[in-house]
Structure formats: C-alpha cells, structure tokens
Write a protein that binds this ligand. Structure first.
Ligand code: 5GP
Ligand code: MG
Ligand code: MG
Length: 181
C-alpha cells in the first residue's frame, strides 16, 4: 500500500499535534454546553476518533452517511442521505466533523438540512480545507490544514475505498490510478 504513495503531505505527528490543538479550542468553546459531535461517514472516522479524545467535556456522538447523485468524480450538490441521525437535535449544539471540504456542496446541503431540525447551533470542524475548488460558500469554523488542489488519501480519505487506514495524508503516484491496482 505505502509503495503507492508518491508524497507525504501531512505526517502522522503533524496531524496528531494539530488534533490536540483543535481539541483544546473546541473544549474551551463548548464548556458547559450540550455538544453533539456529528461525523460524516466514512472519511471522518479516524479524525473524529482522535479528536473526541482531545475534547475534555461531556459530549455525545453520532454519524450521518451521505452520497452525491450523478457523476462519481464531480460533486453535483444534490445529496442523498444514506444514514440519518438517531435522535432529535433540539437542545444540542452540533459540531459536524468532516474529512475535507472541497467544493463545499455536500456541507452546504448538510448544514441546511440540519438547520431545519432546530439545533441550538451548527459549526463545522474539518481536517482539511481545499478552498481553491469551492463552489458553495462554506467556511469551516475549525480547520486542521489548508491544502492545495491535489487529490489526497489517508487518515480516512480514500481512493476507490482504499488507503483510509494510512496514519498520514499523502498523494498517490500516478501509477496507483491505473487498473492493475
Ligand atoms: P465536496 O466538498 O466537494 O462536496 O465533497 C467533499 C467530499 O469529496 C469529501 O468528503 C471527500 O469524500 C471527497 N473529496 C474531496 N476532495 C478529496 C480528496 O482530495 N481526496 C479524497 N480522497 N476525497 C476527496
Ligand atoms: Mg466527507
Ligand atoms: Mg471518497
């Protein structure tokens, strides 16, 4: 698997250091509040698992799974909910956890959908932000790293469902995209 990685963009140590900082910031901001951490499957799972252990206040967590309609490589902005929340979110502050914000279309849809359920507030924490490709105006409230317009894998991010278990974020060698796999 690792022989397919052309370049490490963010090392495991860099990510872990930043996750601690984000956890401290979130702990301060939500002290005394009813916090629901909402991870978007599947990419946000490793980030969420590390982040919640750096948030030192009581919280609940839940998951949503969404998929965009249409061509697989281009976000259409039309999103289908594959798995929804288990409970009502009234009386909760929602913190959406994302792996990466690219066009922003998925997040825009999610925020609108969640706002209709009347939570106390909605904020977003993303591991990665690729602002160059934005189509919808969404800005993360907490951002791990801003990255250039490159397709990255690892720490939850996949290519064809693979590479999610890498402990760092990297860029694939061109040959990894070929059909020999
Ligand atoms: P968008 O912000 O364009 O609506 O969609 C974000 C989703 O597209 C992410 O949650 C992720 O699944 C996928 N995505 C966007 N950029 C990348 C990337 O560089 N690498 C990987 N593996 N997935 C990406
Ligand atoms: Mg995602
Ligand atoms: Mg994917």
């Amino acid at each position: 698997m690792e022989e397919k990685i052309g370049k490490v963009l963010l090392s495991c140590e860099e990510i872990q250091r930043r996750v601690v900082e984000l956890g401290e910031e979130i702990t301060r901001d939500y002290k005394g509040e009813n916090l629901l951490v909402l991870a978007i499957l599947k990419g946000a799972v490793p980030f969420m698992a590390d982040l919640i252990r750096e948030i030192k206040i009581p919280l609940k967590y839940d998951f949503m799974a969404v998929s965009s309609y249409g061509a697989s490589t281009h976000s259409s902005g039309v999103v289908r909910i594959l798995k929804d929340l288990e409970r009502s979110v009234e009386d909760h502050h929602i913190l959406i956890v994302e792996d990466i914000i690219d066009t922003g279309l998925t997040l825009k849809y999610l925020k609108e959908n969640l706002a209709a359920r009347n939570p106390l507030s909605i904020k977003v924490v993303t591991l990665l932000d690729k602002p160059e490709r934005r189509k919808a105006e969404v800005v993360p409230d907490y951002n791990g790293f801003t990255i250039p317009d490159e397709f990255v894998v690892g720490y939850g991010l996949d290519f064809d469902e693979q590479y999610r278990n890498l402990p760092y974020v990297g860029v694939l060698k061109p040959e990894a995209y070929s059909s020999e796999g």
